[in-house]
Design a protein around this ligand. Structure first.
Ligand code: COA
Length: 260
């Protein structure tokens, strides 16, 4: 598939997806959102891809937000549709992907950019990264899940302050808040994420997908997370990965997971 706004690269179990509109600081226009959906869907369906790394091109921005030029003239109905369609196509879709996604936040992650990082399964930032949800400075609120996921990740008080002030926090503050798990230099960002991916890839892909479903269920309304955990735990016992993982342990050898 040919993409206009993203680059994809596969190497050794890892698909790296790079948002590539550097002249617009990788702002998410409609086409980019569709392309990201398609690229994530393809990578998720590819049995050789065990981890996805999501990053931005250039040294300045991960993603500087939704493309403001596309929605500046929207009506109430169009605004609602923009949010609903984007959440379904990309942000919820990404969060619920079975393949682990690491956001490598290499610069500005603002508005939809921070929302994209937040729906990834976890985040690593380079030390130049700046993060914020500046939507109220434009007269709107975060619409791609930001009010919900920022609150989940940093707590209500910090989310309120970040959203109300429309300010940016640096990588160190984001680390203190638990918004990113690690901070590296710019040069080290992708190798560091690849190192984490290597650790993930040693484990059962089936169990990792089950863990993603169980962890995500904590935040799903009307769903009892402990019940989901019991179900997912039980299902693992019927997988070849479980047979291999437990046999390898008992036979004192390294597991070679079949992935089903
Ligand atoms: N949507 C559309 N275009 C954007 C964009 C966005 N969210 N963010 C940056 N761009 C474009 C700029 O319009 C500019 O394009 P131009 O060269 O054709 O004029 C280009 O990217 C470079 O941005 P610029 O503002 O010149 O860079 P800067 O270093 O001076 O400032 C930011 C960087 C991130 C502080 C600034 O671009 C900004 O505030 N962006 C908007 C952030 C935002 O509000 N995001 C939430 C959207 S809901």
């Amino acid at each position: 598939m040919v993409f206009n706004n993203i680059l994809t690269e596969f190497d050794n179990g890892i698909t790296t997806i790079t948002i590539n509109r550097p002249s617009k600081l990788n702002a998410l226009n409609k086409e980019t959102i569709h392309e990201l959906h398609d690229a994530l869907d393809m990578a998720d369906g590819d049995a050789d891809t065990l981890v996805i790394i999501l990053t931005g091109s250039g040294e300045k921005a991960f993603v500087a937000g939704a493309d403001i030029s596309e929605f500046a003239h929207f009506s109430v109905k169009e605004g609602r549709h923009l949010s609903a369609e984007g959440q379904k196509l990309l942000f919820d879709f990404l969060e619920n992907l079975s393949t682990p996604v690491i956001a490598a936040v290499n610069g500005f992650a603002l508005g939809g950019g921070l929302e994209l990082a937040m729906c990834s399964h976890f985040r690593v930032a380079s030390d130049n990264a700046r993060m914020g949800l500046p939507e109220v400075s434009l007269g709107v609120i975060p619409g791609y899940g930001g009010t919900q996921r920022l609150t989940q990740l940093v707590g209500k008080g910090r989310a309120m302050e970040m959203i109300m002030t429309a300010g940016m926090i640096n990588a160190g503050q984001a680390h203190d808040y638990g918004l990113v798990n690690h901070v590296t230099t710019q040069d080290e960002l992708i190798p560091f994420c690849e190192g984490l991916a290597q650790k993930i890839m040693k484990n059962s892909p089936v169990a990792i997908s089950a863990a993603i479903r169980a962890i995500n269920s904590h935040h799903q309304k009307g769903i009892h997370g402990f019940e989901v955990e019991i179900e997912e735990f039980g299902k693992c016992f019927g997988t070849d990965d479980f047979a291999e993982g437990t046999s390898a342990f008992l036979e004192k050898r390294k597991a070679n997971f079949p992935g089903h």
